[in-house]
Design a protein around this ligand. Structure first.
Ligand code: G1P
Length: 319
């Protein structure tokens, strides 16, 4: 704990904030990705060439949060190792003079001061957040869920931290989704505040049926929480699916008028299930300056093949 962090050379210094800590729940069983997640946490699945959880920690660090607590489950070791030094690997790369790969290996360990705690029984997101109580203490803190990757060019978390600093209480990230998708998310009832992208959250419901949803505003996996949430989580009964739901605790805080929402209109990638994950990998690969140009031209050809505009390779062979 408390070791010095070298800022990433390519990242501009973030403004000083009252929120310093981020909590990253990473204890899910990853059942949607079996068998890949049999012995590997789903948070470690690569998105292009970085594990998904690294994008999340990079986002926290870019918003100035230099203390990150991972709430892990049974696969703690791989996550711990990823954000630690790898002396043998570093020595081998240094001996070869391979500075590019050496940086890639060192980067995760210098993003932030990373801490780990085990959730024990996976009782739900509310329980995972409650496990962070001792580490977080009596301070506001951010929670970032790994299934949502906010595009690195976006500044959603910084905006949420600004709103917390000005309005206090807790802040959720909201995304307008088509009504048929709202059942996949927490959903917020909202009122305007006069600030275009900020709403007051008057109620929250976890994964409602479309006909009972109070709005089309889905809660996406970024939160800035007041420490008051811990006391509420302690007494919140299990909710939907028999799990301790963070949404239910936030509903109580929202009823007291202390929750705001930042309406996000930017780019977010979902890695929650296989199809979403594949879309995310393809999109981020297209955006990469080193891979993108070649990959995009291959992708265009491949799509043309799928459309039947050109004979596919195996059709050629069959002919
Ligand atoms: C969790 C939250 C839900 C939120 C979602 C965002 O659900 O419980 O309120 O909308 O994350 O990704 P999960 O996707 O973990 O079931």
């Amino acid at each position: 704990m408390g070791r010095m962090i070298t800022p990433h050379p390519s990242r501009p210094a973030a403004p000083a904030r009252t929120v310093r800590k981020a909590v990253v729940p990473a204890a899910g069983l990853g059942t949607r990705f079996l068998p890949a997640t049999k012995a590997t946490p789903k948070e470690m699945l690569p998105v292009v060439d970085k594990p998904a959880i690294q994008y999340v920690v990079e986002e926290a660090a870019a918003a100035g949060l230099d203390d990150v607590l991972m709430v892990t489950g049974r696969h703690k070791r791989a996550i711990e190792d990823h954000f630690d030094h790898a002396f043998e690997l570093e020595q081998a790369l240094a001996a070869k003079g391979d500075t590019v790969r050496l940086d890639a290996v060192r980067d995760p360990a210098r993003l932030a001061s990373i801490h780990h705690i085990r959730q024990g029984d996976p009782l739900g997101l509310g329980h995972a957040v409650l496990c962070a109580r001792r580490h977080v203490g009596d301070e506001p803190f951010a929670v970032l869920l790994g299934d949502d990757l906010v595009d690195p060019r976006e500044t959603l978390l910084s905006r949420m931290l600004d709103v917390r600093d000005r309005r206090l209480g807790s802040v959720v990230a909201l995304l307008e989704v088509p009504p048929e998708q709202i059942h996949r998310y927490g959903c917020a009832a909202v009122e305007p505040t006069g600030e275009e992208d900020v709403v007051r959250v008057t109620g929250l419901v976890e994964k409602p049926d479309p006909e009972h949803a109070p709005s089309r505003y889905a809660v996406i996996g970024r939160y800035v929480l007041d420490p008051a949430v811990f006391g509420v989580l302690e007494r919140t009964a299990p909710g939907r699916g028999g799990e301790d739901q963070l949404t239910d605790a936030l509903q109580e805080l929202a009823a007291g008028g202390t929750v705001h929402g930042v309406v996000f209109k930017g780019l977010r990638h979902d890695t929650g299930d296989k199809a979403d994950y594949l879309r995310t990998v393809v999109r981020l690969a297209c955006d990469r300056p080193d891979l993108g140009p070649e990959f995009v031209s291959w992708l265009k050809e491949f799509v043309a093949e799928l459309d039947g505009a050109r004979p596919t390779h195996h059709r050629d062979i069959a002919a």
